[in-house]
Design a protein around this ligand. Structure first.
Ligand code: KG4
Ligand code: ZN
Length: 351
């Protein structure tokens, strides 16, 4: 089965074609970062308009790449688009185009859960994890620990009560006058930082449970920045780097502590990290070191499949379409959509 995947939930337009026999055939990504960077964050209306502009040319492009430019109906067996969670206008663009093309080509369409896409992205790598496992989903919109019994059978073990980890990275970057998206900027700046100068709190690690909270850490960072500005220590490149380093250390330590706890609680030896923050090199390294100590392994996708992309949607959609799941003629767009309510996948299907 060859599936066209469409991702338009936020500020990346992603289009890919996944073949259940051969693997990923084509993958195109357009990032709207330049559109939004002058505003310091994603402007929903501008995101929708840019998806409208880019989506059809990108679909033509991936079809051309597999030699099917005017023959979508002959080459594609199903269409998967992100149905949520995400920005409603942005979702509507991908949903309307995906559902309509499927109708025109007379193939099934399926609205895919964006976070299931992230969660399954490491399966596109050469050495994929196998179920059951624990997944840490860390993006700009979510921070969740999920017990994955099988594909489609998800239990949320814990989640952020306020800001997502990526959101906290973005907001701290903004406080330091760094460009959007802030995660990669903070990570880069932290490379020059010293670990000893500032120590920030590790929120909610001193009590049991697997929930997170990053808003207090964000306020603590804001107060530190304000104090440094008051003493004229900022702007100074080394101080900025030291603050970035202390903030990243605090987020990473908090995530590592909760991941270890989640693995112990579920008696699991496999951790999957997914979503934009999973691209963070320090997080990957510290998790690897921490988990090695008790014989557990951490899996993640290549960097471009940690952040939003069409390949993960094509792959997740392919699994579900192969299992016989498909939507009716409605266009599905769900800005909020809990992942633990998804239908389980027929367990015979594994690519
Ligand atoms: O998964 P994603 O592309 O979009 C959402 O579904 O939200 O994640 C984007 C988030 C942003 O908050 C971005 O700052 C963060 O992931 N991010 C990072 C890194 N790369 C992206 N955070 C920390 N370190 C990174 N290297
Ligand atoms: Zn995402």
């Amino acid at each position: 089965m060859r599936v066209l995947g469409i991702e338009t939930s936020c500020d990346e337009t992603g289009v890919a074609i996944y073949d259940s026999e051969v693997g990923l055939l084509a993958d195109a990504l357009y990032s709207q970062v330049e559109v939004h960077s002058q505003y310091g964050g994603v402007v929903p209306e501008l995101a929708s308009r840019d998806h409208v502009r880019k989506l059809l040319p990108m679909i033509r492009q991936v079809l051309a790449e597999i030699g099917c430019e005017h023959e979508g109906a002959k080459c594609i067996d199903g269409i998967a688009y992100t149905a949520g969670p995400g920005l409603i206008g942005a979702l509507m663009v991908g949903g309307a185009v995906g559902r309509s093309l499927a109708y025109a080509w007379d193939v099934p369409a399926l609205g895919v859960h964006h976070m299931e896409g992230h969660l399954l992205a490491p399966m596109l790598e050469k050495n994929p994890p196998s179920c059951p496992f624990v997944a840490l989903l860390v993006s700009g919109g979510h921070t969740q620990l999920v017990s994955v019994k099988s594909i489609g059978e998800y239990e949320i073990l814990g989640e952020s009560l306020d800001d997502a980890a990526g959101e906290a990275f973005d907001k701290v970057a903004k406080m330091l006058d760094l460009d959007y998206p802030g995660g990669p900027r903070i990570a880069q700046l932290a490379e020059q930082g010293t670990h000893e100068r500032f120590t920030f709190p590790r929120p909610m690690t001193d009590r049991p449970g697997l929930d997170f909270s990053f808003s207090g850490l964000k306020t603590y960072t804001m107060n530190t920045i304000a104090a440094c500005r008051g003493e004229d220590v900022l702007p100074d490149t080394q101080t900025m780097a030291d603050i970035a380093c202390a903030f990243q250390d605090a987020v990473v330590d908090t995530l590592v502590i909760k991941c270890r706890r989640a693995l112990q609680q579920t008696d699991s030896k496999t951790l999957v990290i997914a979503g934009g923050v999973a691209a963070n090199v320090v997080l990957r390294q510290r998790l690897k070191e921490a988990l090695e100590k008790f014989g557990a392994t951490v899996f993640y996708a290549r960097n471009e499949f940690c952040t939003d992309n069409g390949a993960m949607i094509a792959y997740a959609g392919c699994l579900r379409l192969l299992a016989g799941q498909q939507d009716d003629l409605a266009i599905r767009a769900l800005p909020r959509w809990p992942m633990d309510g998804l239908p389980p996948l027929n367990s015979d299907v594994a690519l």
